[in-house]
Ligand binder design. Structure first.
Ligand SMILES: NC(=O)C1=CN([C@@H]2O[C@H](COP(=O)(O)OP(=O)(O)OC[C@H]3O[C@@H](n4cnc5c(N)ncnc54)[C@H](O)[C@@H]3O)[C@@H](O)[C@H]2O)C=CC1
Ligand SMILES: O=C(O)[C@@H]1CCC=N1
Length: 266
């Protein structure tokens, strides 16, 4: 398997590293993790990952370099590695709001850059990852696709849709988590202990997602099967809509997409 260096071992960088190892296709020793404060990587080092705080050195032997720092940290990192990255490597950036061209401009090279937008479910092999590039070839895209397919589902999209993908999938996991939390709070109010209410809400959400994944049916078709005439489901659903449920979701996703597009210039 390719040697991978992940620069920026925070929430998404570590989730990716864990997911790759969990997939069984990578050994911890195939993966180098960097962070500014290496003391925060002791657990990962004990697990077998290679760890370091020298980005320039860490990219030297990698076949794939994953950039997983914040947009505002990217320029410094690129300046650190520009002398040691080489043309045979693929640079994969999960940084929101930064184009392939932006990265190549700072690196000052015509490097292979592929953008990937995963979500934190990558840690358990359940990410929805969108991939885009400007100049990488189909073969190079395939290599990155294979990497992310080992940790979830992958869709290759146009680069100009990457901020939309960020909102829908990367931020989206937080939106669905909040929806589950809200359902469990409703459950407590109607009589369940918190841990039972959460378990019920989680399994119900999983059932809903699996129904769509397995049947490929439209959500409204599945909703129609639940809403008995004059019944309690349609009463609750309509009350939610009167209070702006779909509208709130749509507006939140639109605002996240707008924000994602401007993160690099902030
Ligand atoms: N958190 C998420 O669910 C997702 C985040 N992203 C993107 O991934 C990037 C990272 O986000 P998070 O993991 O949430 O942030 P984070 O703040 O948890 O992680 C960033 C990590 O980079 C490290 N770092 C900073 N400067 C560094 C340097 N010079 N060298 C090495 N490491 C350095 C920090 O110590 C930190 O551990 C962002 O650009 C974000 O837009 C993309 C998809 C999902
Ligand atoms: O909130 C953020 O800015 C990052 C990007 C997508 C998920 N987390």
């Amino acid at each position: 398997m390719s040697k991978i260096t992940i620069i920026g071992s925070g929430n998404i960088g570590l989730s990716l590293a864990k997911g790759l190892v969990k997939s069984g296709q990578y050994m911890p020793t195939d993966i180098t993790l960097t962070r500014r404060n290496i003391a925060n990587l002791q657990e990962e080092a004990a697990f077998g990952f290679r760890v370091g705080d020298n980005n320039a050195e860490a990219v030297l032997h990698a076949e794939i370099v994953v950039l997983a720092i914040l947009p505002q940290q990217l320029r410094n990192v690129l300046e650190e590695i520009r002398g040691t990255v080489h043309v045979s490597q693929i640079i994969v950036s999960v940084v929101s709001g930064v184009s392939c061209a932006d990265i190549k401009q700072v690196l000052g090279l015509d490097k292979l850059v592929v953008r990937a937008m995963p979500n934190t479910a990558i840690a358990i092999g359940q990410s929805m990852t969108c991939i885009a590039t400007d100049t990488a070839t189909d073969g190079e895209i395939k290599e990155v696709e294979r990497l992310f397919e080992s940790v979830g589902a992958v869709v290759v999209i146009q680069e100009d849709l990457m901020t939309s993908a960020t909102a829908l999938c990367a931020c989206g996991i937080a939106f669905f988590l909040r929806a589950i939390r809200a359902a469990s709070q409703g459950g407590v109010e109607i009589g369940f202990h918190a841990h039972d209410a959460l378990k019920m809400a989680v399994q119900t959400a999983k059932g809903a997602a699996d129904l769509l994944l397995q049947t490929k049916n439209h959500p409204e078709g599945e909703i129609d099967k639940v809403t008995s005439p004059k019944g309690c489901t349609i009463a609750g659903l309509n009350e939610m809509e009167h209070n702006g449920f779909s509208s709130a979701f749509i507006k939140g996703i639109k605002l996240s997409a707008e924000k994602a597009g401007g993160l690099y210039s902030e």
